[in-house]
Design a protein. Structure first.
Length: 385
């Protein structure tokens, strides 16, 4: 065995980590579950679970807030007066901080049921998290992802019927308050929803054409940053494959969007923009110039965590065996840890390949957390040549 010093090993590890550092990282910060007495969310004396996850890059910052009352009296329901899933950043209006997102499964909101999983799944070149809800008729999953150098988030929504359940209707419901809380601030605005084919203003209902209404741009002609009013507009893209139709109810306060999805599609994709700080003209110009490219990116995105996407299990096994052999006696000290990692990878990959998002997220975590172990093994293999 070649003699080596800890300093040399440390330098090798540091050099490898620096070499792997991406130029533009996306952070994904999980504030964790916080249980506190209910205030506005539910009845006095009840306990509410709140969870905040923030995705941030050099160009954008999006925060998502889950809340739900955990009192046993609710059974599998997790009520929250303002809604269960909101977007408090970059602004509290637009995609409403208290609750902008619902998924109606056979007429009842799946987001109001027990949350079975919520976690960050990726950070670095991309930032992402997932949430999974247990509706009586279907398991519902949401993955949200922010790419570097983009101004919007991509989302994948999936649903899988429970045994013996029939999915008759699936509707994605979105709520926004474009640029300003008009009625709450005793002000009158002029709400609009624009698509590539038309521009409709309050108080009307816009019937959507999936083939022509590729983007939905929500703005207020009074509360425009160009006039020194409001925060800026917002928008959404929806991939047309699973979309049957829908409508936008353009009120003078909230704007409600219902997107009717094909129950047998099993999934849909959408993107959300918050143009806080931009004028209406600049936001509209961006959408007209970029929405087709953004839609292509959305439809082609792979929402699996990067370590899972890049995993070649057979190659990992072979490389580990060769490194253990090359590392000689030093490798034997690490072999139990390497064997444990390889065993977990094999088990979790099998479940992930069957569509288990929890197993897939855990697989990504195992691969990420074992990176240092394999760098150490590589360093020992190099030093023992």
């Amino acid at each position: 065995m070649n003699r080596h010093c800890p300093a040399a090993l440390s330098c090798l590890l540091l050099a490898s980590l620096l070499a792997a550092q991406p130029d533009d990282e996306v952070s994904a910060r999980d504030g964790g579950s916080k249980i506190a007495p209910a205030t506005f969310e539910c009845k006095p004396g009840h306990q509410v679970d709140t969870h905040l996850i923030t995705l941030e890059s050099a160009t954008a910052r999006y925060g998502f807030r889950y809340s739900g009352c955990q009192d046993p009296s609710h059974g599998e329901l997790r009520p929250s007066a303002e809604g269960n899933f909101g977007m408090p950043e970059p602004t509290s209006d637009n995609w409403y901080w208290g609750g902008f997102f619902q998924v109606m499964v056979n007429g009842t909101d799946a987001i109001g049921y027990r949350l079975s999983d919520i976690r960050v799944t990726e950070a670095g070149a991309r930032g992402a998290f997932q949430a999974i809800w247990a509706h009586p008729d279907a398991d519902l999953g949401l993955r949200v992802m922010l790419l570097s150098n983009t101004n919007h988030v991509l989302a994948l929504l999936t649903w899988k019927p429970k045994p013996e359940a029939t999915l008759k209707t699936i509707t994605l419901r979105l709520r926004c308050y474009p640029s300003f809380f008009t009625a709450a601030r005793h002000r009158q605005g002029e709400r609009h929803c624009q698509t590539p084919r038309l521009d409709q203003q309050e108080p009307e209902t816009l019937e959507l054409d999936p083939a022509q209404d590729g983007y939905l741009y929500y703005y207020d002609a009074v509360f425009d940053v160009a006039r020194g009013e409001g925060d800026g507009p917002c928008a959404a893209l929806v991939a047309p494959d699973a979309l049957q139709g829908g409508r936008v109810q353009i009120g003078d306060y909230a704007v409600m969007t219902d997107l009717d999805l094909k129950p047998d599609a099993g999934q849909t994709r959408f993107a959300l923009y918050d143009f806080t700080g931009l004028t209406n003209a600049d936001a509209e110009a961006y959408l007209r110039a970029h929405w087709t490219d953004d839609l292509a990116q959305l439809t082609q995105a792979d929402f699996r965590p990067e370590p899972v996407r890049l995993l070649q299990a057979d190659r990992l096994q072979a490389q580990a065996a060769q490194l253990l052999a090359d590392a000689a006696d030093d490798g034997q000290t690490l072999k139990p840890q390497v064997d444990e990692v390889l065993s977990r990878v094999a088990d979790l990959k099998g479940k992930a390949d069957e569509g288990d998002w929890v197993a897939e997220a855990e697989l990504a975590s195992v691969l990420t957390n074992s990176a240092d172990l394999f760098w150490r093994l590589k360093a020992f293999a190099l030093l023992n040549r």
